[in-house]
Design a protein around this ligand. Structure first.
Ligand SMILES: Nc1ncnc2c1ncn2[C@@H]1O[C@H](COP(=O)(O)OP(=O)(O)OP(=O)(O)O)[C@@H](O)[C@H]1O
Ligand SMILES: [Mg+2]
Length: 458
C-alpha cells in the first residue's frame, strides 16, 4: 500500500460539473503519445491508460441512467442535455456526450436550449415526446437570469418533478464559504479524510476568528495583511479561476484588500505550498530547439457520485490552473510496473528528453493535429497537453475511492444543515436562487460532484 498522498481540495462543485469529455480526449491523446514514445525508445515501463476509472464519460452516463431509473423505472430513458442557446453549437463536450448517449442501447438523448422544453398534460416533452431526465449545464443564477427573458415554465416544472440532475438543491453546498463550516465548529461531525483535505477557509470581513492552527485571530483583515505572501483570496461563487487573488503575486495588498472588502463574498485560504502539487513534465522550447523539464502546477478533479469515485479531470498550468486561465488537460495513467512512482516519473521524463528535439517536435505536431481532429480544442487552438501522463498508483486510487465515498456522505450532511438554515451565513445567494434550490432537495439521489484536488502523489 502506498503511503497516504498529500494535498487538499481547493473547492467542490455540486451545481453542474464538467470536464468529463475533455478527460476522455486527453486519455486518447496521451495513450497515442505513449505508444509512440515506447516504440521509439524501447522503454520498459507499463502504464495503464484504459482502466475504467480513467474515462469518466461512460461512468457519468451510468449516473444519469441510475438517476433516471430512480424516478421513471418503467420508461425508456429520453435524456435532454439542456444548455444555454449560444453554447449549443460551440461546446463540444455536450455535443459529443449526447452522441455517446445515443449509442447506448434503448437510450435517446438530445441537446437543447431551455425554451425548447414544453409542458403537455403535466409532462415535459420535446416534439410530443416525453423527456424522462434532464442534465442541466448551468447554475441556478443562470436560471434566474434566463427567467427574465424566456418562458422557463417547463424547466421549472421539471425541477419540481425531480427529473433534473443534479438536483438544484445541491448547488449551495458548492459555495466556497462552506469550507469554513468544515474547518471550524462542525468538523467533528464530518469524516477525517474530508476535514484533513479541506484547507482552512474563512469568509473575509472585519471579524475575529481562529486561524489555521486554531490560534485566535483578533482582526482577520490585519492577519491577511500580515500573512500576505502565504494566502490566496477567492470569490465564493467564482469559477474558471476568475477573480482569484494570489497574495505573493499582488504587490499592492492595500488596494487588493479594499477591492475584496468592497466586493464582499470572498474567502481566504492558505496558499497550498506550490511544490506539493507541482510536477515536472518534458516541454518543448521551439526557439532554442530543446526539450527540457518544466515545472507545472496541477489540478486533480475527482468526480464523485452515489456509486463512489468515477473518474478525474487532470489539469496543469500556472496558478490558477484553469484552461480558461491558460492551463491545459493532461492524461492520467496508472503505473503497473513494480517500481516506485518517483522512479517511474524520472525514467519516463528522461526517456522523453533523450528522444531529442526533432523527434519530439514531430510528435507534438502529430498530437496537435489529432487534438484538432477529435475536437480537443479551446477557442482557436488545440488544448495544451503534456508529453507524458500524470502518474498514479493503484494504491492512490484506493485512497481516492475512500476519500470520495466519505466526501459524498459529508456533502449530504452539509445539505441537511443548509436546508435547516444553519449555513446561511456561509452561502450567500439571492432569494430567487435560494427558492430554486429549495424546489429540489438532493438527499443522496444519484448526482455528480467534482472535488478539485491540489494533490501530490509520491
Ligand atoms: N488554497 C489554494 N492554494 C493554492 N492555489 C490555489 C488554492 N485554491 C485555488 N488555487 C489555485 O486556483 C485554481 C482554481 O481554484 P478553484 O478550483 O478553487 O477555483 P475556480 O475558479 O472555481 O476553478 P474551476 O475552474 O475549477 O471552477 C486551482 O487550480 C489552483 O491553481
Ligand atoms: Mg476548481
Amino acid at each position: 500500500m502506498s503511503k497516504e498522498f498529500l494535498g487538499y481540495h481547493s473547492e467542490w462543485n455540486l451545481g453542474s460539473p464538467g470536464g468529463w469529455d475533455y478527460q476522455r480526449m486527453a486519455q486518447e491523446i496521451g495513450k497515442f503519445a505513449w505508444a509512440a514514445i515506447t516504440k521509439r525508445s524501447g522503454v520498459n515501463i507499463e502504464l495503464d491508460f484504459d482502466d475504467p476509472i480513467l474515462n469518466p464519460v461512460p461512468n457519468f452516463a451510468q449516473t444519469l441512467l441510475r438517476f433516471h431509473r430512480k424516478h421513471s423505472s418503467q420508461e425508456k430513458p429520453f435524456i435532454a442535455l439542456v444548455a444555454e442557446e449560444e453554447t449549443l453549437e460551440k461546446v463540444g463536450e455536450n455535443i459529443r456526450f449526447v452522441e455517446y448517449l445515443n449509442t447506448l442501447p434503448d437510450v435517446k438523448a438530445a441537446l437543447l436550449n431551455p425554451s425548447q422544453l414544453q409542458l403537455k398534460d403535466r409532462e415535459i416533452v420535446i416534439n410530443n415526446e416525453k423527456v424522462t431526465t434532464i442534465f442541466l449545464d448551468f447554475n441556478n443564477n443562470v436560471i434566474v437570469k434566463l427567467k427574465k427573458q424566456l418562458d422557463l415554465n417547463a424547466l421549472l416544472s421539471a425541477i419540481d418533478k425531480g427529473i433534473v440532475i443534479n438536483p438544484r438543491g445541491m448547488e449551495p453546498i458548492g459555495a466556497k464559504g462552506v469550507f469554513e463550516v468544515i474547518t471550524s465548529d462542525r468538523r467533528e461531525k464530518l469524516s477525517e479524510t474530508t476535514v484533513a483535505r479541506t484547507p482552512w477557509t474563512r469568509q473575509v470581513y472585519p471579524r475575529k476568528t481562529t486561524g489555521p492552527d486554531g490560534q485566535p485571530i483578533p482582526d482577520l483583515v490585519q492577519w491577511i495583511k500580515d500573512n500576505w505572501d502565504r494566502i490566496i483570496l477567492k470569490p465564493v461563487h467564482g469559477y474558471s479561476g476568475k477573480g482569484i487573488i494570489i497574495g505573493h503575486k499582488e504587490p499592492n495588498r492595500e488596494r487588493a484588500l479594499k477591492y475584496v472588502l468592497d466586493t464582499g463574498d470572498y474567502i481566504v485560504q492558505p496558499l497550498i505550498p506550490l511544490e506539493l502539487w507541482a510536477e515536472q513534465f518534458p516541454w518543448i522550447d521551439k526557439e532554442k530547439k530543446k526539450v527540457f523539464l518544466k515545472s507545472w502546477q496541477t489540478d486533480f478533479r475527482c468526480f464523485v457520485t452515489d456509486a463512489g469515485l468515477i473518474g478525474f479531470v487532470t489539469r496543469f498550468g500556472g496558478i490558477p490552473t484553469n484552461v480558461g486561465s491558460g492551463g491545459g488537460v493532461q492524461s492520467t495513467a496508472i503505473l503497473r510496473s513494480d517500481i516506485p512512482l518517483q522512479e517511474a516519473i524520472r525514467v519516463v521524463n528522461q526517456t522523453i528528453l533523450d528522444l531529442g528535439f526533432d523527434y519530439i517536435w514531430g510528435l507534438q505536431r502529430e498530437l496537435d493535429k489529432k487534438s484538432v481532429e477529435i475536437g480537443n480544442v479551446y477557442l482557436l487552438g488545440p488544448i495544451m497537453g503534456t508529453l507524458r501522463p500524470r502518474l498514479i498508483t493503484q494504491g492512490h486510487i484506493e485512497q481516492l475511492k475512500n476519500y470520495a465515498k466519505n466526501l459524498w456522505y459529508d456533502a449530504l450532511i452539509l445539505e441537511e444543515l443548509w436546508r435547516k438554515g444553519c449555513l446561511d451565513t456561509f452561502v450567500q445567494i439571492t432569494q430567487e436562487e435560494k427558492s430554486i434550490a429549495q424546489r429540489a432537495p438532493w438527499q443522496g439521489k444519484p448526482a455528480l460532484i467534482a472535488a478539485d484536488g491540489l494533490f501530490g502523489f509520491t
